[in-house]
Ligand binder design. Structure first.
Ligand code: SAH
Length: 377
């Protein structure tokens, strides 16, 4: 027997649809397509998820929608504010899995860091998300749902989105591209294309595919200036080495002089942070319009790495700047709440236990099963 709850689950989720698909849906239900655009606007621009609140839609359409589709948002299960203004939201999905979204306010900008997968399959050596293994791709509604919640919580849409949360966005290509288009839609969140940034570890064929369908800003997790070291730190490099990655990135820019690739480079003490590495990096990026972000390593239990000292980091930065490479040191934000780069694991502390003086324990462990599956064990 199907309960109303099950029926809700099997109905298509309106939040998976873009404006054109909303129009097509409404037309298929026998109404004028412009009502579909209106529906899309209610959902995203006004945050209305109750048909009764969509006052300019014909009553019969509202009834037809209630019968045929549902509106399924992730649920905010925890909100963790940090002392530096950063907020981490733990979002629970319909199947009980959890992902994290992080809001980072900074001088006039409001940046939302969005997840694209539950876990990640790429196994970068220094990343906490990698430790939980891969569970599944997020659907469009689960990705845009993070922006929906942020817009409601903040009272306005974020000005910037970075696809730098949990997961590898280019491994969930269709859903991520569609969600990024909704972020930019004037009927929805109106975020400028240059203010939506997709970060990838370097899935080369999908960088070429992305160029065909989107012109968002591209960030690439480089982390090493040569194949031998990158093979260790970012294992996808064994499949798509630097001599393939660099041309793909240049092709993405398409000769547009105003655009640059943002390279992310995590500073690991004694591993990738010598002046020799800086020299190799300069040579590697020659001829590619680039901006380099040095990220102090954010530690997590059992990582086995430490971050470079501020002196070593600054010497590295100076060497790069000296060669004309635009190089910034990224401020670590949200580390007090494990919301910084590479610390997102869809895990929250059980406050009751902590308050009782016991050790913090993770209360959501979908990761464990995922890890086993990922390892094939
Ligand atoms: N999978 C995508 C999106 C993740 S973005 C990618 O690899 O680009 C998150 C960024 O934080 C990536 O550059 C990632 O390499 C970096 N990162 C991961 N773990 C980190 C850690 N512990 N400290 C600092 N940066 C880290």
């Amino acid at each position: 027997m199907t309960t109303p709850m099950d029926a809700g689950r099997t109905k298509p989720n309106l939040l998976d649809l873009d404006a054109a698909e909303c129009a097509a849906l409404v037309a298929a239900l026998g109404f004028k397509p412009f009502h579909g655009r209106s529906l899309f606007k209610w959902l995203h621009k006004h945050g209305v998820i109750d048909y009764d609140g969509m006052t300019d839609l014909p009553k019969a359409l509202r009834t037809a929608l209630a019968d045929t589709v549902s509106i399924r948002l992730p649920r905010i299960s925890h909100t963790q504010p940090s002392t530096d203004g950063t907020v981490k939201w733990v979002l629970e999905l319909a199947d009980g899995q959890r992902v994290e979204a992080v809001h980072i306010p900074e001088d006039g900008r409001s940046t939302l860091c969005v997840s694209s997968q539950v876990g990640c399959a790429l196994d970068c050596a220094f990343c906490a998300t990698a430790r939980q293994g891969f569970n599944r791709n997020l659907q469009v509604g689960e990705i845009i749902g993070q922006v929906w919640h942020a817009a409601r919580q903040l009272g306005a849409a974020p000005t910037n989105v970075v696809m730098m949360g949990m997961g590898e966005p280019l491994a969930n290509f269709e859903a991520v591209v569609k969600a990024m288009a909704i972020m930019q839609d004037d009927l929805a969140y109106m975020i400028a294309k240059s203010r939506v940034t997709l970060s990838t570890s370097g899935i080369v064929p999908n960088i070429y595919r992305l160029r065909e369908v989107s012109d968002v800003s591209l960030a690439v997790s480089l982390h090493a200036p040569n194949n031998a070291l990158r093979d260790q730190l970012v294992p996808i490099n064994r499949k798509y080495p630097l001599e393939e990655l660099l041309p793909a990135c240049r092709a993405y820019l398409g000769g547009d002089k105003r655009r640059k690739i943002t390279w992310e480079y995590v500073m690991l003490d004694g591993i990738n942070d010598s002046l020799q590495h800086a020299k190799q990096l300069i040579r590697l990026l020659e001829g590619t319009p680039s901006k380099l972000n040095l990220i102090p390593f954010n530690p997590f239990p059992g990582s086995g790495y430490t971050t470079s000292s501020p002196e070593r980091l600054e010497a590295f930065r100076q060497r790069l700047m000296g060669s004309g490479l635009l190089t910034f040191t990224r401020k670590t934000r949200g580390d007090a709440i494990a919301a910084a780069c590479g610390q997102l694991v869809g895990r929250v502390e059980d406050r009751t236990r902590r308050n009782a003086g016991l050790l913090p324990v993770p209360v959501a462990l979908p990761a464990l099963g995922a890890r086993l599956r990922h390892d094939g064990s």
